[in-house]
Design a protein. Structure first.
Length: 324
């Protein structure tokens, strides 16, 4: 498709450890189109951040891309290094992390951070950059933007800081935003505002978004499509409405059943028995089979089917229950 911004193909990330090689990302493929928000969900340790960090060249050694391809706007980027990757990161990919302070320089006013980023990546004058910096802060809802442009990050609340980070991530007009748990550190009352802001700005600009979260509520609110990760694998990928109302992978089903959102009206939440395996103990076959109530012999020996051929990496997808 011509408007595909990011394309990840059979991506594997490996980490050599003294007990052997572990694969926090194992054969993962997904695309994100312009203006689309792809949610990546899964429990802690599933490999969500590792996949995002691989795209922006921020894997910390010894973690490294061991196989697969990453394409951004038709160019292959998985082998880029050093200055090439830094330039790409600033210009074509914007980032929003859980803690806004990791993205902000404490020693620079927010105005200077915005104008410097724009002057580095856009062909505009300083005067134009100054004007755009104020407009950017207004757009993300900073009250009194023109007066606050010379303030420093510590002078803002957590929610306001994350608004500044969103302005900073978008100011070089990137085609992709990677947002890794952008609201996890914020007050619940502020979370929905930040998600709504991210959604609106990216939709207006046609920016593709990888939205990493463990929160199904955030997915339901913001994402167009969702990918579910389990033990380094992508186990289900589809339109949010379809996946949330009729999950096909038993793990997704369990994840939904343990989320208050999906259980509204039900007497209590169900927990999936057991825990996600440690990466050095991922079982043969489908990684979920030891916890799966529906596992059959095939699931114990053969990894699930490739998701590219369908919606789920399950040999025996759940069929939607008939409404009765
Ligand atoms: N140096 C390392 N050696 C071995 N395993 C590692 C190392 N660094 C990370 N891991 C493992 O990589 C896996 C993937 O981590 P990742 O941060 O991508 O998970 P995540 O899905 O983003 O989780 P969270 O929701 O907690 O952020 C984890 O299981 C983690 O234990
Ligand atoms: Mg993470």
């Amino acid at each position: 498709m011509s408007d595909t911004v990011l394309s990840i193909r059979e991506l594997s990330v490996e980490i050599p450890t003294h007990t052997g090689i572990v694969k926090p990302v194992d054969g993962v493929s997904y695309d994100i189109c312009a203006g689309e928000i792809l949610g990546i969900v899964g429990e802690s340790g599933a490999g969500k951040s590792m996949a995002g960090n691989a795209v922006i060249g921020l894997l910390s050694p010894p973690a490294h891309i061991a196989a697969g391809e990453i394409w951004l706007n038709g160019s292959r980027i998985d082998a880029l290094e050093g200055e090439d990757m830094r330039r790409l990161r600033g210009k074509q990919i914007g980032m929003v992390f859980q803690d806004p302070l990791t993205s902000l320089n404490p020693l620079l006013s927010i105005g200077d951070q915005l104008t410097e980023t724009m002057l580095t990546h856009l062909d505009i004058s300083r005067g134009e950059a100054d004007r755009r910096a104020i407009a950017a802060l207004e757009e993300v809802g900073i009250p009194g933007a023109a007066e606050r442009i010379d303030s420093y990050p510590h002078e803002f609340s957590g929610g306001m800081r994350q608004r500044v980070v969103i302005a900073l991530a978008l100011c070089a007009e990137p085609s992709l935003i990677i947002a890794d748990e952008p609201t996890t550190a914020l007050d619940v009352s502020v979370q929905a505002q930040i998600i709504a802001l991210l959604k609106r700005l990216c939709r207006d600009r046609g920016t593709a978004v990888m939205l990493i979260t463990h929160d199904m509520g955030v997915i339901a609110e913001a994402a167009d499509r969702v990918g579910v990760m389990y033990a380094g694998r992508l186990v289900e990928l589809g339109a949010v409405r379809d996946v949330l109302t009729a999950p096909q992978h038993p793990y997704t089903h369990g994840l939904m059943a343990s989320t208050p959102l999906a259980s509204q009206g039900k007497a209590r939440l169900h927990q999936i028995e057991g825990a996600m395996p440690r990466l050095n103990k991922v079982p043969e076959g489908c990684p979920f089979h030891p916890r799966c109530a529906y596992a059959r012999d095939k699931c114990r020996v053969a990894p699930g089917p490739k998701i590219a051929d369908g919606r789920t990496a399950c040999w025996f997808p759940l069929v939607a229950e008939k409404a009765s």
